[in-house]
Design a protein around this ligand. Structure first.
Ligand code: FE2
Length: 281
C-alpha cells in the first residue's frame, strides 16, 4: 500500500511515531526489506558520516548554504531509487526541505521553454567538478576524491573513473577535476510519465566553492554552456511548484528519487536530519 501511495505522490511523511534515535530510524527502514544503497559505494559529492550501517548524516554543508533542488546523485551514473530522511533535531528557524515534483516541472517547461527541453532531451548533460585532496567541510561539494573513489591511489582512482566513462585531470594542488560522461537529462517513470531527472538546478545554482563555479559546472552533452536565461526560467518554474516541508522531531520522509526533487533551505541554530538511501528497483 505504501509503495502504491509513493508511486502516486512521490513523497510520504510519517509523523507521530515513537522514533528518537538513529537506531530507531534504522529499525524503521529495515522493516521495509528494501535493498540498501551504501554511501561508500556512491559518487556523492557531499561530506557525510555514518551513524549506523544504513543511516548517515544528510549533507553537512554549513547552515547558511542553500542546497538547491536535485534528484539524489543524478549527476553520477549511480543513484538511489528511494530515500528516507529522519528528523533527529528540528531546526529553530528555516531548514525546511523543499520538494518539487519533477514530472510537473517538465510539463511546465515543455509549455514555457520547449526548445530548451528538446536540447536537454536530445543532448543530455555533463557535469564538471573539482574534488578536493582533503575533505572540505565548508562546501556542499566537499567530499575528497579519495573518499569519493574509495582509494587514495591515483592510478586506482583513474581506473575507476575510466571504467565509469569520466574524463579527468590532476591539478597542482592535488585536487582532481572530473567531467562525467554524457548523462540523460530526462527519465521515464514506470507508469510512462517523463521526469526532469538530473542535477541541473543544484549544480548551476549551488556548486560554488573555492574550487568550483556553479554556472560552469554543467553543460549540454556537446560541451556547450547553458544560457542563463533558460536556467532562470527553469528555476522560476520549479520554485512556483515547490512545497516546503517544515520538520518536526521524529518525522520520517520517504521520497521516490525519480519523481521528486529535494533540497535544503538555509537555517540557524541546530538541525540534524539523517538519511538512508535505497537501491534502484
Ligand atoms: Fe540530496
Amino acid at each position: 500500500a505504501l509503495s502504491t501511495l509513493l508511486a502516486e505522490h512521490g513523497v510520504l511523511l510519517f509523523r507521530g511515531l515513537p522514533l528518537e534515535s538513529a537506531e530507531d530510524f534504522d529499525a524503521f527502514i529495515q522493516a521495509f526489506h528494501w535493498p540498501n544503497f551504501r554511501y561508500a559505494d556512491s559518487l556523492s559529492n557531499a561530506v557525510r558520516s555514518n551513524r549506523t550501517e544504513r543511516v548517515f548524516t544528510a549533507n553537512e554543508a554549513p547552515s547558511a548554504v542553500e542546497i538547491f533542488l536535485h534528484h539524489e546523485m543524478a549527476q553520477t551514473p549511480i543513484y538511489p531509487g528511494k530515500l528516507f530522511f529522519f528528523c533527529e533535531i528540528a531546526p529553530d528557524h528555516g531548514g525546511e526541505t523543499p520538494l518539487c515534483r519533477s514530472d510537473r516541472l517538465l510539463a511546465l517547461m515543455r509549455e514555457k521553454q520547449p526548445e530548451f527541453v528538446e536540447r536537454c532531451a536530445a543532448e543530455g548533460l555533463c557535469y564538471t567538478n573539482v574534488m578536493p585532496r582533503e575533505a572540505d567541510a565548508a562546501s556542499g561539494q566537499g567530499r575528497s576524491w579519495s573518499s569519493t573513489l574509495g582509494t587514495s591511489d591515483r592510478d586506482e582512482a583513474a581506473g575507476k573513473l575510466a571504467s565509469l566513462g569520466y574524463s579527468w585531470s590532476w591539478l597542482d594542488s592535488g585536487d582532481l577535476k572530473v567531467t562525467t560522461p554524457v548523462l540523460p537529462a530526462l527519465r521515464m517513470l514506470p507508469g510512462g510519465d517523463e521526469v526532469f531527472f538530473n542535477q541541473l538546478i543544484a549544480a548551476y545554482r549551488g556548486w560554488n566553492d573555492n574550487r568550483n563555479k556553479g554556472a560552469n559546472s554543467v553543460s549540454f552533452g556537446c560541451g556547450e554552456e547553458i544560457a542563463a536565461a533558460d536556467m532562470a526560467l527553469t528555476c522560476e518554474l520549479a520554485e512556483a511548484i515547490t512545497e516546503n516541508l517544515a520538520w518536526q522531531r521524529g518525522d520520517v520522509v520517504l521520497l521516490d528519487n525519480y519523481m521528486m526533487m529535494h533540497g535544503r533551505r538555509p537555517f540557524s541554530g541546530s538541525r540534524a536530519i539523517l538519511a538512508s538511501l535505497l537501491g534502484a528497483d
